[in-house]
Design a binder for this molecule. Structure first.
Ligand code: AMP
Length: 610
């Protein structure tokens, strides 16, 4: 074994990933060390693992140097250097990219919700102040903090402050519940959870308390709204007021993880996606450029800001990076959103097709608002059909830009100068000039141009593995991400999304992995077999239909199954809308559940009911 291989092996044995090694602060937190004194580490390793660990005899490396040496020998290092050489990855930090007052005047309005408004300078000060107060509460650089907050300005301040501090926010949808959060906490070992006191009638604090009891890594609960200092809660409002400056973050590097996004989870619970400053900065910049954002733009965030689409594709971060203003709201009805567009002179807004359909209905019924400021409606998260696209363009008198993206880092956009027939019928092409895309068949061979196949992608914004996973089926050996989406290339060069390889139901943009749902349903004592499939839904596009084979007493009812799933802490949006009781599930020739037949079956049933 060479010295390097030996070092690698020891680190692996110690459970230290190379990624961790790249980040001194996080490694210190991981090992519970106060300093990176190498001798001290050696002693600590020896005590902890009752073995002599001699990493440093031959070379006197600092951890960063060691990481770089290992990195040079890592597949991908040359590619990363090429991304830097081409200017796709820049030596900048995400918070600086977004908050810079070098290019954009500090007195300009930057961020607002119903209660607060920040100019750029105020936002920058609030972020610095918040970073300082977070440090006072004991949050250290390198630690992770799960942020499960609604669309409010303080959510953005908190996320940017964590990034400035060098701590890692994990952006989590407020809709996630115990079932989804438990494996995440086990994997990411967050030092704190940031939650609303209550949101949409759910007591988040109670769940956070329960999770804190089970996961001792969680020291602090950051609470928006009624916090209880006696319960060790820290009030987020107090953290995010403008105020004292942050201590200069120590030892940050653009290749450090800036934040974590969550995959929508094709199998089981969501997976953590580590985004470095340089790769995520590239995504934000390129997405902002193809969306026509300028310092005059006003972006309205109505989709959850803790999801990549409204947060950074280009969303709030892209708008701020171009010097524009972001307005946050989560109105329950479309008319309230339109009132906001009128009042704030909104130019850009991102919607799912399901939400867009609701807006169309509201617009047709009560079309009174002046929406003349609106330039671009971005629609993504699920497939938009051409007729809805055309109706949207007419009803809102603006451009429709389709966005086909994923948290793993590929973002496709139709371009603002694409002719309407292309903008309405395709889901766009990559915003990053560095993305390489392949459309392949089941054996990984490229299909003929225009034929349908699975989309693979590799590029400066795309991850090459999930956090904490060494090898995964979602990536090819040469680093392409398998999107699990079936696409074909349109004559314009844009992609058309034709379906899915992955077994996920896309419920109005929210993803429901079928196998996760089925496994939980099978825990019900009255269920012998179960299969979840997508059924057509007028507003959501797809909804969840559950086929169930019951035991001797017959199959449980839909309300009973929904209760069973809720009791297991499953997010509400994953609950089935319909249950079909069957004597046996249909099988394919190789003995798998024949989901194609089930999808046909539910379509036929719905057809007969119309
Ligand atoms: P997420 O990571 O939650 O953003 O989900 C990404 C997945 O959503 C993609 O892999 C697609 O399956 C689906 N998706 C996103 N945008 C679109 C779109 N415009 N058309 C069709 N499917 C989409």
């Amino acid at each position: 074994m060479t010295a390097l291989e030996e070092v690698r092996k020891v680190l692996r044995d110690l459970g230290i990933e190379e990624e961790l090694l790249h980040e001194d602060a996080r490694l210190r937190a991981h090992l519970g060390l106060d300093s990176v004194d190498l001798t001290q580490m050696q002693v600590d390793f020896a005590e902890r693992f009752a073995a002599r660990v001699d990493l440093w005899t031959e070379h006197d490396y600092t951890l960063r140097q060691l990481a770089d040496v290992l990195g040079e020998h890592r597949p991908g290092a040359a590619v990363h250097q090429a991304y830097r050489d081409r200017g796709w990855w820049r030596p900048e930090f995400l918070d600086d990219l977004v908050l810079s007052t070098r290019l954009h005047a500090g007195h300009r309005a930057a961020l607002a919700d119903a209660e607060h408004t920040f100019t750029r300078a105020e936002l920058d000060a609030a972020v610095s102040g918040c970073a300082a107060r977070l440090a006072h509460t004991g949050i250290r650089p390198g630690e992770t903090v799960v942020v499960q907050l609604p669309n409010q300005a303080r959510t953005v301040v908190l996320v940017l402050a964590l990034i400035r501090l060098g701590a890692r926010p994990v952006l989590a949808l407020p809709a996630l519940r115990e079932h989804e959060l438990t494996p995440l906490l086990a994997a990411l070992r967050p030092a704190a959870l940031a939650v609303p006191a209550r949101h949409r009638r759910f007591d988040h604090v109670r769940l956070a308390e329960k999770l804190r009891e089970r996961h001792p890594c969680v020291r602090t609960l950051l609470v928006a709204g009624a916090a209880d200092p006696a319960g060790g809660h820290v009030e987020i409002d107090r953290l995010t007021e403008a105020g004292d400056q942050a201590p200069a973050p120590r030892d940050r590097h653009p290749s450090d993880t800036a934040l974590f996004l969550l995959s929508s989870g094709t199998t089981g619970a969501p997976k953590a996606i580590a985004r470095t400053h340089e790769a995520f900065g590239h995504l934000v910049r390129t997405a902002a450029a193809v969306s026509g954002l300028t310092p005059e733009s006003v972006f309205l965030a109505v989709l959850p800001v803790t999801h990549g689409f409204a947060f950074a594709s280009p969303g709030i971060l892209g708008t701020l990076a171009r010097g524009g203003r972001a307005v946050l709201a989560a109105p329950d009805d479309a008319l309230a959103a339109m009132a906001l567009i009128e009042r704030e002179r909104v130019t850009h807004c991102a919607l799912t097709p399901a939400l867009a359909r609701q807006w169309l209905t509201a617009r047709a019924a009560f079309g009174g608002h002046d929406l003349s400021s609106l330039e671009v409606l971005q629609i993504g998260g699920a497939r938009l059909d051409a007729s809805t696209a055309a109706r949207l363009a007419a009803a809102f008198d603006c451009r429709i830009q389709q966005v086909y993206g994923m948290s793993e880092g590929l973002l496709n956009f139709t371009r603002l100068d694409d002719p309407p027939e292309v903008a309405f019928t395709t889901q766009g092409r990559p915003s990053s000039p560095g993305d390489e895309t392949l459309v392949v068949d089941g054996e990984g061979r490229r299909v003929a141009d225009g034929d349908i196949g699975e989309l693979l992608v590799r590029g400066p914004g795309v991850i090459t593995r999930y956090h904490g996973e060494v090898a995964a089926a979602s990536f090819t050996p040469d680093g392409f991400y398998r999107t699990g989406d079936l696409v074909r290339r349109h004559a314009s060069g844009n992609f058309v999304v034709a379906g899915r390889v992955k077994d996920v139901i896309n419920r109005g943009g929210e993803k429901v992995p079928a196998d996760e749902l089925e496994a939980l349903v099978l825990e019900h004592p009255g269920v012998r077999a179960a299969a979840a499939v997508a059924m057509p839904h007028r507003v959501l596009g797809e909804a969840v239909c559950l086929y169930v084979v019951g035991g001797a007493q017959g199959a449980p009812s839909l309300p009973e199954i929904r209760r069973h799933l809720t009791d297991r802490g499953l997010a509400r949006f994953k609950l089935p809308e319909r249950l079909v009781d069957m004597p046996a599930l249909p099988l394919t020739a190789v003995g798998k559940t024949d989901k194609a037949r089930l999808r046909e079956d539910i379509r036929a049933r719905l057809g007969n009911e119309d």
